[in-house]
Design a protein around this ligand. Structure first.
Ligand code: ZN
Length: 564
């Protein structure tokens, strides 16, 4: 675990002590040292580094300020997740026994005393069940009480009270009901500290769009109005790409309404950005050659949502607990999404770490010996990139018997599963098309299918609970039935290179056509038949038990910067 992280947490916790929380759950049945080690081993430790040698001195100076500001998000998120976290952390730090240290380490991975990979069961005695409303609402409130109170408010007040950037607290005078406290007040001390650092960073950088984001975000920390800085984030075009502030709403399990603090400090990947531009410039040609009736192709693609490929220096707060984020879409403010769209940020070095520590070991179990050699990070990352781009291709607005609709409206509850499968399979189709056209490296033809096969096992490893995994199951079973993938007698899987190109095109035809027809019935049939885990696949999944689930990053470059 990182000493610097703890130093920072201690500093912020000592400056701004949170409320003490009494908890009363029993000591029994808590995991011991050995059990905690096993739980922790599911996260493979890895050093996350970025080459920043090309940054000019001023930019590097700005970067250090941003890293410091991001570390403050760690302390803020701890308090947002649970009011008792800060006191508990201080207690854990004092306990030098093996058990105390093991608990501290796993606490830092989870940013709290509940294990995300074990249905949020607590692993430290004396803590309550994980509060679903986190610390955004008073600990004695119920979901129903909050709902009723919000309903009783006039519209303008309700929007503020139910919005991203307020907590609900009991009135100081006592009594019933709540008051909505703006984040700028609730977290005033930390946010002033962070704003100061962002202003210093803004004064050090020579890049105008970065200066604009940093200054407007610093302003937002005190005004509690994040609109301008969200717009500035969309317009950010700089070698350093920071994302810092209150963003995702998943920590509020009651209403998905309150934003949790996080920080991603990243450096733009110039080589991948160039590759992305090359791929983007080919998209109309790919669309024109989709293996479907021309009625389902779009003769003029609209503007594409921006995508950034970056390398992570530091992830903090909500961005660094449990399973690590490998890509994200922001902002969540609908006004900005309507006006400017949303931006997708792909964290390449995080993807690479997951590839090396999870996907490679997994491929040595799931794939035949010959196929293992064809699993490559370049193919893995190229396909993820193409997947994102392909969401913009194919049918979106569609015409059914004289009426205009959308694929989403027609496919309803199964839309996401079909759309994820479309992006995957047509992404493979597009990569092969561009290899054959001579636009991208010929090597990919040898590696992309095996890499996809290995990554399919990673996606369905934890069941078909979300759209992407369900979409993957459709593809793997379709390609097995087609003879494009082969289940070997020894229990491993392989690609049939003489049939895979044809199989991928055939499934692309099937899925893009049913989207173009808005054919809910056929989509449902396809999912019912193929979105399943068959016994031969389950047998491989059973053998993956000791492969790590994710990574535990240590941000070596960030630590080095702070030590300078
Ligand atoms: Zn997708």
């Amino acid at each position: 675990m990182t000493k610097l992280l703890i130093t920072f947490l201690l500093l912020v916790v000592a400056l701004f002590p949170g409320a003490a929380v009494r908890s009363s759950s029993p000591e029994a049945n808590m995991p011991g040292v050995a059990e905690l080690q096993k739980m922790k081993a599911r996260f493979a430790p890895v050093e996350i580094t970025v080459d920043i040698s090309k940054l000019p001195a001023g930019e590097k100076g700005a970067l250090i300020k941003m890293v410091k500001a991001a570390y403050i998000m760690d302390a803020l998120f701890l308090r947002q997740a649970w009011a008792g976290n800060e006191d508990l952390l201080l207690q854990l730090l004092k306990n030098k026994s093996a058990l105390g240290q093991a608990r501290l380490h796993y606490f830092l991975i989870n940013k709290g005393p509940w294990s995300a990979l074990d249905s949020n069961k607590s692993f430290i005695p004396g803590v309550p069940d994980k509060p679903e409303g986190a610390n955004f609402y008073p600990s004695d409130a119920t979901k129903q009480e909050v709902e009723d109170w919000l309903k009783s408010l006039p519209d303008s007040e309700r929007n503020r009270a139910a919005g991203f950037f307020t907590t609900l607290r009991r009135p100081e005078s006592g009594g019933k009901g709540f008051v909505a406290v703006p984040y700028s007040l609730e977290y005033q001390g930390e946010l002033e500290l962070a704003a100061g650092l962002l202003r210093e960073a803004a004064s050090l950088t020579a890049q105008p769009s970065l200066k604009a984001y940093l200054s407007s975000r610093a302003q937002a920390f005190s005004s509690n109005d994040y609109y301008d800085s969200d717009v500035a984030w969309m317009e950010l075009n700089a070698t350093i790409e920071p994302t810092i502030g209150p963003y995702e709403v998943y920590a509020d399990e009651w209403f998905n309404a309150k934003a949790a603090f996080e920080g991603f400090i990243t450096i733009r990947d110039e080589a991948e950005t160039a590759k992305l531009e090359k791929l983007s410039s080919e998209l109309q040609d790919v669309e024109d050659h989709l293996p479907v009736d021309s009625a389902y192709r779009n003769p003029k693609l609209g503007g594409l949502a921006p995508i950034r490929v970056v390398n992570e220096i530091l992830a903090a707060g909500d961005a660094n607990h449990g399973v690590q984020t490998a890509a994200f879409n922001l902002p969540n403010d609908d006004r900005i999404v309507k006006e400017k769209g949303a931006k997708r940020v792909m964290l390449k070095n995080v993807q690479e770490a997951k590839f090396r520590l999870v996907l490679m070991p997994l491929s040595r179990i799931a794939l035949s010996a010959a196929d293992q050699k064809r699993v490559s990070f370049d193919a893995f990352f190229s396909h993820i990139m193409m997947h994102e781009l392909m969401h913009g291709l194919g049918p979106h607005e569609i015409h059914i018997g004289g009426r205009t609709s959308t694929v989403r409206q027609e496919l309803k509850e199964i839309y996401s599963t079909i759309e994820e499968a479309k992006a995957d399979i047509s992404g493979l189709f597009a990569l092969r098309y561009l290899v054959d056209k001579g636009v991208i490296d010929k090597n990919l033809e040898q590696t992309m299918y095996d890499t996809f096969l290995a990554s399919a096992f990673r996606s369905i490893r934890f069941g078909l609970t979300e759209a992407h995994a369900r979409g993957i199951a459709i593809q793997i079973n379709y390609l097995l039935d087609y003879g494009a993938f082969i289940a070997k007698p020894d229990g491993t899987f392989a690609v049939n290179h003489s049939k895979v190109k044809e199989g991928v095109a055939a499934l692309t035809t099937e899925i893009v056509t049913l989207e173009g027809q808005g054919n809910h019935e056929k989509a449902k049939e396809l999912i019912g038949r193929l979105s399943v885990v068959r016994p031969e696949i389950q047998r491989v999944l059973d053998r993956l038990k000791n492969i790590p689930i994710d990574i535990e990053p240590r941000f070596a470059t960030a630590e080095r910067l702070l030590a300078e």
